[in-house]
Design a protein around this ligand. Structure first.
Ligand code: FPP
Length: 256
């Protein structure tokens, strides 16, 4: 592994890292290649970044692999992305099992081609046990749709008399999202220099640190992840408190 970054503090590795993998198309176009060649190179970044995240002790890695808006792309590009996803699942299964990585998926999975759904289900089942890291792929995912489906499921429970409206709080709401049971992301990384969330983890990112790099996703490898984590470790997360309150909390937590 090539490490061009400062040693990281093992106590401050973010528990949940989520990534908006952007810039595959531009990476290819700059080389005079077809856009889909960028996705092929991007799939290699997925492999490299997943391996390093696991090694560094990240517990949850969530990757925005296909948005609900991406269905509007040319049919050929969608087919290549679905084929790459299947190839990734087949090729990485043994590595996931060896390294105790559990595959998960969030999004409107019913929209995916049946073969992809089958491969996802199989990989999820075969990697579920004894996991040290969850690798969650957001597929046919949209943050607003996720919130809408959560509202609908809560409304159905209220209408059926199973839930009182006043019992709906933030924690109960979180449990109705695709990400139920996962901690909110500590860090969202976005590649290719765009400063927006693009409908990714809208509810879950309330207190998330954001890191944007100009690097295009196919060029985002070990050193780039190291840089992102190094920057994260230098941030002070305040969750709406004052600096003095944070320092007092840190002092009380570090007491023997
Ligand atoms: C954004 O680049 C990327 C995507 C829409 C798809 C991400 C897919 C991969 C990284 C490869 C396959 C995934 C897995 C999990 C194996 P873009 O095409 O929007 O780039 P552009 O903004 O430069 O056009």
């Amino acid at each position: 592994m090539t490490e061009h970054f400062m040693p990281l503090d093992p106590q401050k590795i973010p528990r949940h890292v989520a990534i908006i993998m952007d810039g595959n198309g531009r990476w290819a176009q700059r080389r005079g290649l077809h856009r889909v060649r960028g996705h092929v190179a991007g799939a290699e970044s997925v492999r490299v970044v997943t391996r390093l995240a696991r090694k560094l002790g990240v517990s949850y890695l969530t990757l925005f692999a296909f948005s609900e808006e991406n269905w509007q792309r040319p049919g050929m590009e969608i087919r290549v992305l679905m084929a790459l996803l299947r190839r990734y699942l087949h090729r990485e299964l043994s590595e996931m099992r060896d390294n105790r990585i559990a595959l998960k998926a969030i999004g409107d999975l019913s929209q995916l081609p049946e073969a992809v759904q089958r491969d996802l289900e199989a990989t999820i089942a075969l990697t579920a046990e004894g996991a040290r890291m969850d690798l969650t792929l957001a597929l046919s995912y949209g943050g607003r749709s996720e919130i809408v489906q959560a509202v609908q499921s809560l409304a159905r429970e209220v209408a059926a008399g199973l839930l009182a409206p006043e019992d709906i709080d933030a924690a109960r709401f979180s449990r109705s999202l695709y990400t139920a049971g996962m901690p909110d992301p500590d860090l969202i990384i976005r590649t290719s220099g765009e400063y927006r969330l693009s409908n990714f983890l809208l509810w879950q990112s309330a207190y998330t640190e954001l890191y944007v790099t100009e690097t295009l996703w196919p060029d985002f490898r070990e050193a780039e992840l190291g840089k992102a984590l190094e920057t994260y470790q230098q941030r002070q997360r305040r969750f709406g408190l004052t600096q003095e309150q944070i320092e007092a909390l840190e002092a009380s937590n570090s007491r023997p």
